[in-house]
Design a protein around this ligand. Structure first.
Ligand SMILES: *[C@@H]1O[C@H](CO)[C@@H](O)[C@H](O)[C@H]1NC(C)=O
Ligand SMILES: *[C@@H]1O[C@H](CO)[C@@H](O)[C@H](O)[C@H]1NC(C)=O
Ligand SMILES: *[C@@H]1O[C@H](CO)[C@@H](O)[C@H](O)[C@H]1NC(C)=O
Ligand SMILES: *[C@@H]1O[C@H](CO)[C@@H](O)[C@H](O)[C@H]1NC(C)=O
Length: 315
């Protein structure tokens, strides 16, 4: 104990000395600057003059509404940024343009309603991104995570998200866990691709039984991770007006084709029947003809015999 307290003045002296020399290690008002990083409390805006070498900046539980790209951009060594429990409303284009070493970004429990598609475009090393508990965040552009290919854990839970394009995340090959619970997922046909993706990928969905559809009514309460196949089936058999027109046309073609085929069959049958009958008739006629000839022959024979007899008689 005495050793630790005893060391304090030495550290203080050292940091003050560096501060005096470099002029950038002064700690901002309402912040404490320690070895591990800078921790600020009771702020309404982003602190000025954060030491440029800061690697970890903890701004949780303040009332900050804007993250200014200019001030943030000076912190080129920043790796860890915790902005939990603030009132940040937007992530603008290139908000994080200067902090491309950032690996951890926590924006949970803010009031985000807009994330620009280029908001995270420079965060090539980001590993953990937490956007949970932003109830006014209704959509995420499908290019938002285009460049954050190092992401391993993405928390999108308890937001206003009803829909997510599968292309928003399907290129994130390092992703291990995706938090999706507590969102008002609208499990309509637009969500088929995403829900099918949830079935085939190896990504984890913590608390998957609490990732449920809010609408439409017939899907309400279903776990999003299970609706893929039923939804696909439903949407494949779902028919639009054009589909009905097409199917009607196909039906009509089949029907008229059938009618023509039946008519042709009928005609063929009749023709065959006629032909057959004629052939039979001819046979019958031939037979009759034969019979006639036979009879005539017999008759002639008889005649001859009679004639002979007669002759005999007369002779
Ligand atoms: C959050 O933002 C919405 C607009 O997106 C606004 O109506 C609401 O008052 C904000 N809430 C807080 C606590 O600032
Ligand atoms: C991805 O990063 C490159 C440069 O690193 C940039 O030109 C491009 O606009 C970024 N794309 C998106 C969608 O952010
Ligand atoms: C995101 O933040 C919330 C609240 O701050 C926390 O409960 C949750 O565990 C975090 N998610 C991840 C993946 O760290
Ligand atoms: C799901 O949510 C309910 C109530 O919100 C909770 O009681 C339950 O523990 C949650 N399930 C999991 C796995 O967290």
């Amino acid at each position: 104990m005495s050793l630790v307290t005893g060391r304090w003045p030495w550290w203080l002296l050292l940091s003050c000395g560096i501060g005096l020399v470099s002029g950038d290690d002064l700690c901002p008002k309402k912040c404490t600057c320690g070895l591990l990083g800078v921790v600020c409390t009771d702020l309404v805006e982003f602190p000025d003059n954060v030491p440029l070498s800061t690697r970890q900046l903890i701004l949780k539980e303040n009332r900050i509404t804007i993250l200014p790209a200019m001030s943030l951009g000076l912190l080129i060594d920043l790796i860890y940024l915790d902005c939990r429990f603030n009132k940040i409303t937007q992530i603008m284009d290139y908000t994080f343009i200067g902090v491309d070493k950032l690996m951890y970004l926590d924006l949970s429990f803010n009031n985000l309603s807009l994330i620009s598609p280029y908001g995270f475009s420079m965060l090539h090393h980001l590993v953990i991104l937490n956007i949970s508990h932003n109830p006014h965040l209704k959509e995420i552009n499908k290019y938002t995570f285009a460049n954050t290919t190092s992401l391993r854990h993405l928390d999108l839970s308890n937001t206003g998200l009803e829909f997510l394009d599968v292309h928003t995340i399907h290129h994130l090959s390092n992703l291990k866990s995706l938090h999706l619970k507590g969102n008002p997922w609208n499990c309509n046909c637009m969500l088929v691709e995403f829900s099918m993706y949830l079935i085939v990928t190896k990504i984890e969905y913590p608390e998957s039984e609490n990732i449920t559809c809010l609408g439409p009514i017939e899907m309400a309460g279903w776990p999003l991770t299970l609706v893929g196949n039923p939804l696909r089936y439903k949407c494949l058999t779902h028919l639009d007006r054009e589909d009905y027109a097409f199917l009607l046309m196909v039906g009509f073609c089949i029907f008229s084709g059938g009618t023509v085929a039946a008519w042709l069959t009928g005609v063929c049958a009749v023709l065959y029947e006629n032909f057959h009958r004629r052939a039979e008739d001819e046979e019958v006629e031939e037979e009759i003809e034969d019979e006639k000839h036979k009879r005539i022959r017999v008759f002639k024979c008889k005649d001859n015999r009679n004639f002979d007899a007669m002759n005999h008689h007369f002779v």
